[in-house]
Design a binder for this molecule. Sequence first.
Ligand code: ATP
Ligand code: MG
Length: 448
Amino acid sequence: MLRTKLPRPAISEPNRIPREQHPISRANISPGALKVLYGLKDAGYEAYLVGGGVRDLLAGIEPKDFDIATSAHPEQIRRVFRSCRLIGRRFMIAHVRAGEEILEVTTFRGPITDSHERDETGRILSDNVYGTLIEDAFRRDFTVNALYYDIRDFSIADFAGGIDDLNARRLRLIGDPELRYREDPVRMLRAIRIANKLGFEIDPESAEPIKRLAALLREIPPARLFDEILKLFLNKDALANFEGLRKHGLFAELFPGTERAINAAKRDLELLRIALASTADRVKRDLPVTPAFLYGALLWPPYADRAYELEFERGHDPITAQNQAADEILAKQQQRIAIPKRFSLPMREIWGVQPRFEDLRPGRAKRLLTHPRFRAAYDFLLLRAQAGEPGCAALADWWTKAQATLASGEVPPPPDELADTAVEDEPAEPGAAPKRRRRRGGRNRQKS
Ligand code: ATP
Ligand code: MG
């Protein structure tokens, strides 16, 4: 086990910003958060708004949620609020329900000491020592996340220079960056996401170690990474987060197969960029976004390469090739990121429909329109077309027309370049499907 001497922060008085010198008013804070803050205060505990809520309000952004830090221990929090659930993570957290809202309430964390269990890379494994306000402040990741709004007098306590960093639009880790990343490598992902959210630069000293330490993400439980990936990509900054992760060598750790494929083929990189830009756009417009579609895009490049290889180089029949490719790519990806079945199954269905778009016979086409994943699969075809996958633009065009006309029994004419595809009647004998065309240009065999 690695033992590192931690530079203990000099215990100092925080910089206190009185109510009249900062813009946060109770009108900006959700009713649920106020209820919890006052409930704790009235029961005799210290209670602060902290984290993203305070940070975002000071940066002029609407916060996603409000996190609360308190001197009350989990059992004591439960005694104050009837609607409280204790969530056992590495560190116990209380979820307090207030109307529609669920507030995350954490007890002040104590300092990290040599008694904390670590793995050989320095990652903290157990973390259950309670502490004081100031100790809690130095356990937080970025200086701008360690600003505490005090419900007693509405002042803000700044222990780590967060206000200066906010003014300089700078995201900076508290303490020694390398040590803080080693304690919890997910902080590298948080750095990219939070910097993009705020439009801040990552301070050079906080940015420098990331590339060197990126491989530490392999130590993180895949279920936790699944959550972090959704935060990064089902996000209005999805595209900027993708570029940031790649710039700092993190994407290759999360999606090694995809990184290889997009380095080999510009078109696949383009596909991801378009998918993430469109996800970002949907988030901005409050339209639904699904992990199944997102992962469908993120894993498409290695999947399609492998399916092509199995079908056209190893001679498997198409269905076997597709199933085996999906099995293999998912099994490899699960070693890094745990994708729950409720997302990986529909993802595979979206993939499975893609080759069926090439069958333009009226009976088949009409049946495909009623497929439960038709809509998502069609959107995916549009994505492939936009990315410039050979043949997809003409197919997408045909299916766009077909949706309007097939219901009334009319079949759009086949596009010229697909004229070799049977658009006549169903074959006489069942199962006698037209010969599959070898996809023009092959999957990215002649890499761009
Ligand atoms: P957002 O909610 O906008 O995603 P956030 O900073 O509030 O951003 P949360 O995951 O809600 O993120 O965490 C709340 C606070 O808990 C953070 O602001 C930070 O102070 C602390 N925190 C969260 N994750 C870590 C971590 N890995 N290491 C140290 N502190 C953390
Ligand atoms: Mg938060």
